[in-house]
Write a protein that binds this ligand. Sequence first.
Ligand SMILES: NC(=O)c1ccc[n+]([C@@H]2O[C@H](COP(=O)([O-])OP(=O)(O)OC[C@H]3O[C@@H](n4cnc5c(N)ncnc54)[C@H](O)[C@@H]3O)[C@@H](O)[C@H]2O)c1
Length: 436
Amino acid sequence: MRISVFGSGYVGLVTAAGLADMGHKVLCLDIDKARIAMLREGRVPFFEPGLGDLVARNMRGGRLVFATELDDEHRSSDAYFVAVGTPPMNDGRADTSAVFAVGRTIAASAARGAIVAMKSTVPVGTCDALQAQLDKDCPHKMSVASNPEFLKEGDALEDFFRPFRVIIGVQDEATEREMRELYRPLQLSSERVIVMNRRSAELTKYAANAMLATRISFMNELARLCDVIGADIHSVRKGIGSDHRIGPSFLYAGPGYGGSCFPKDVSALVHLGQDNGVTLQVVEAASSANEAQRRYVLQKIEGMFPDGLAGKTIAVWGLAFKPMTDDVRDAPAGAVVKELLARGATVRAHDPEASANFAKAYAPAGPKMSYHDREYESLDGADGLVLMTEWRHFRNPDFEDIKARMRGNAIIDARSIWAVFHLAERGFRYTAIGTR
Ligand SMILES: NC(=O)c1ccc[n+]([C@@H]2O[C@H](COP(=O)([O-])OP(=O)(O)OC[C@H]3O[C@@H](n4cnc5c(N)ncnc54)[C@H](O)[C@@H]3O)[C@@H](O)[C@H]2O)c1
C-alpha cells in the first residue's frame, strides 16, 4: 500500500518505519524542516533503541522517504496516518489544532479517496469532527478511523511489531476491512485487532493511560503511608502483585508519573468528564496525588538539609522521565531541579541520553548547573545525591567511590532501588520512598 504518515516524532517515525518494514511504501511528513533534513541524512532526531537501524534499512530499500509536503505519488495514498502532537493547553485540555491542520492538508492535496487513521491521542469526538471537516472540504471520500497508539518509549519497536492489541475505531465495515488489511502482517501469531466505534476507541486510549496512572498514584500514596508506619512498599507491592487479578505491572512507587502522555492524558480525561457533566473522581484523585508526590520528593530532599539548600551542591542522577528514552516532557526531574536551583543550590546532573533536551527545556548549563557524561564525575564535591530515573547503570553503584567523591553523605533515592545496599551502615544518610 502507499501510506503517508504526518508527524515524525516518537509515534510518527516508529509508525512510518514499522509500516515500511511491513512492505508498504511510506512517506513520513513533518512541518519541522530541520527534523526532516536530519532524517533525510539518515539521522534519527531522538533516542529510541533500534529505531535508527529500522529507519536506515527501509530508506535503503526505498520504502521510506521523508518530506515536508505531500509529493505527487503520495497524493494518491491508500491511507494517511495522523501522528502529530496534541499537547496540553493552559487549561489542561488537549490542543488538537495540529490534527485539523493535517485535515486541511489532506483535503487540499489528496488526489483520491483514502483512509485517515488517527494515531494521535485525541479527545472523544475529534475523529467525528475531522470526518465532518473532510466531508465538507475534500472532494474525495475520506474515511476517518481511530487507531490509538499504545507504544512505550524505550520499547517502541517491540510494541509496534508485537502489540498487546490494535484498537480500531470505525463507523462502517469497508473502513474496518481496510484497517484490518493494513495490520494483517501483525496478526500472524495471534489476533490482536479489537474493533469498536470511533468514540469508544478514542476513550480506550485515555482509559488505558488513566488506569496505569491511577495504579502508580495508588502505590505512591501507600508508599507515603509506609514511610510513616514503618511498612515496606516493596513487600506490599510483591504481596499484591502476585494476585493475578491485580498483576505486577505499574506498581512501583517513585517520584510521580511524568512524560509526554500520562499527565496530559489524565488531565484531558478529567476535562472530558467535566465538559460532559461527569465528574471522574478517581482520575482527578490520581492527578492530585501525583502533584503531591512531586512535592514529597522535594520535602525528602529538604529534610536532608535542615539548614536549607542555599549553597549546597546536589548531584542528580537521571533526567529523562523514565529510563531508555531522552524524552524529558513533564519529567519529575524537571520540577525537582528547578526547585533546587530556585533555593540556591548548585546542581550537577547526569543522564546518559537526556541532558541536551533537559538543558533546553528546564535548565541551561551555567555556573550553577552542569551536565556530566560520567555519573561519578557529577558527584565531585556534592553534599547530596538524588536518584531520579532508574537507568540500568545505576543499579549497582560503587558506593565507596561515591563516598570518596562527595563532600556530604545524603542520598535521596526517589526510585527506592538502593535500600538493599543498607546505606546507613555504610555511613550515608539515606532516604527513599516507602522503604528504608
Ligand atoms: N510519545 C509516546 O510515547 C506516545 C504514545 C502513544 C500516543 N502518543 C500520542 O501520539 C501523538 C504524537 O506523540 P509524539 O510523542 O510522537 O509527539 P512528538 O512531539 O514527538 O512529535 C509530533 C510531531 O508532529 C509534527 N507536526 C506538528 N504539526 C504537524 C503537521 N501539521 N504536519 C506534519 N507534522 C506535524 C511536529 O513537528 C512533531 O515533530 C500525541 O497525540 C501523543 O499523545 C504518544
